[in-house]
Design a protein around this ligand. Structure first.
Ligand code: ZN
Length: 441
């Protein structure tokens, strides 16, 4: 564990705007956003279909009348149909990798890039990054918003960057050791892989100088945070964002680490019941929905993220006034229904992290050989345990079996596999393979 202590510091005074002033700013910016969106045929038509006259939108009470935007709308507008400014004003294009088919592109004006860098700088500062630090970025630099997005935010803080990019893990470990970076930035699953390679190289936290980790890009658990902090000797912070909204920087943790403060002066956040689409009370998990307030190139109105999390609007000791969102517990479209029970991959991860002797690299395979769903969880065993006698492996498997059933309520077949046999990814980890026919999921 690191002895590094994060002193509370704001990057931007707007993070602590009194709620009343914040609401007035949001209302004015919502009116501007609705006007800006009228340059996009998709939004003009969506407003007309919903029977909303854009000129009648005067404040935050009007938000609930506005039409939703979903990922399929973005796909249908391929490549840049949702652009609200002339092409000549595009400063950069990013994209999210579609798991199947075409990417979804997002465009930024010069001012959007400036806004974005400031938002990333906010959460990095809240999570202890200071101008004197050196930061190792192991996110890929490319269409994915992670690499360039974090890079610009680090520079905005005034810290130094090692733009390592994705892949070649042994080389990343070499850079971490020899350049002695203070902070690591990547996905949490990749950080775990890095920690393993560090250990395999016979190194430990004291051979690295890491003190901070800022992880995002995929859902992760509190148990994984503890494992990363232990293995890498860091304080680990969670951040959240998605390219459709702006990229990383939508929200991030402060030193209290009790939820991620949403940059509410730039995004209106709603937490909705995934079926009724009505707001759920604070503290209850719902689907997050964002409306951009300052974006120029591609404003989004009520974008349904499919990410499930709870909001907390109670005051935070750090003085920031933005609502805090809890960890993303799953995606409404990642949710597996196994024999009628809702299961999220994050629950399996939580169960595995309760069991000593497993590396939390896992893959859930779901099939339906007969009338019933069968779920198999492949779990990697740590090298030391893998060479162990059979009796102990059986005991380990039984323990995992019980924990998974305790957390998810579903009985799954547990298969222990050799260390390193589940494919690693520098981006988002693949956690589920669903072999059931599409109609039966
Ligand atoms: Zn706070």
């Amino acid at each position: 564990m690191t002895d590094f202590v994060v002193e509370n510091r704001l990057f931007d005074p707007a993070e602590a705007l009194p709620r009343g002033e914040l609401a007035a700013l949001q209302a004015a910016r919502l009116v501007e956003t609705v006007a800006r969106a009228q340059a996009v045929p998709f939004y003009r038509e969506a407003f007309a279909r919903a029977g909303v006259d854009p000129a009648s939108v005067r404040g935050l009470d009007d938000l609930a009348r506005l039409p939703f935007t979903v990922k399929d709308d973005m796909r249908a507008a391929y490549p840049l149909g949702l652009l609200a400014v002339p092409r000549a004003r595009i400063a950069r294009v990013h994209g999210s990798s579609g798991t199947t088919g075409l990417p979804t592109f997002v465009a930024y004006t010069r001012r959007d890039l400036d806004t974005w860098a400031g938002l990333v700088a906010r959460f990095l500062t809240a999570g202890g990054l200071r101008p004197e630090h050196l930061v190792h970025v192991a996110f890929g630099y490319g269409l994915f918003t992670g690499g360039f997005g974090l890079h610009a935010g680090i520079e905005r803080v005034g810290a130094g960057v090692v733009p390592s990019g994705g892949g070649n893990t042994p080389r990343q470990v070499l850079l971490l050791r020899d350049l002695a970076a203070d902070a690591l930035i990547c996905t949490p699953s990749y950080a775990l892989h890095l920690a393993e390679v560090v250990r395999e190289a016979g190194l430990g936290p004291s051979d690295l100088r890491l003190r901070l980790g800022h992880f995002g890009g995929e859902p992760w658990t509190e148990e994984l945070r503890q494992a990363l902090e232990r293995e890498l000797g860091i304080l680990a912070f969670n951040n959240y964002g998605l390219s459709e909204v702006i990229g990383p920087g939508v929200s991030g943790e402060c030193a209290a680490r009790r939820g991620m403060h949403v940059a509410e002066d730039h995004f209106l956040v709603e937490c909705l019941h995934p079926e009724t689409l009505r707001p759920v009370p604070d503290g209850e998990v719902g689907e997050l929905c964002f409306t951009s307030l300052t974006k120029e190139a591609m404003p989004v109105i009520r974008y349904r993220t499919r990410d499930l999390a709870a909001l907390d609007r109670s005051p935070c000791p750090c003085g920031r006034t933005g609502a805090r969102m809890g960890r993303v517990v799953g995606r409404s479209d990642d949710m597996l229904i196994i024999r009628g029970v809702n299961v999220f991959p994050s629950q399996v991860e939580e169960a595995l992290l309760r069991v000593e002797g497993t590396a939390p690299h896992y893959l859930i395979e779901v099939s339906r050989p007969g009338a019933l769903d069968e779920a198999t969880v492949k779990v990697e065993v740590r090298p030391a345990d893998f060479s162990d006698e059979m009796r102990r492996l059986v005991a380990l498997r039984d323990r995992i079996d019980r924990e998974i059933q305790a957390v998810t309520g579903v009985r799954m077949t547990v298969e222990l596999v050799a260390p390193g046999s589940i494919e690693r990814s520098a981006g988002k980890a693949t956690r589920v393979v669903d072999r059931r026919p599409p109609g039966a999921r």
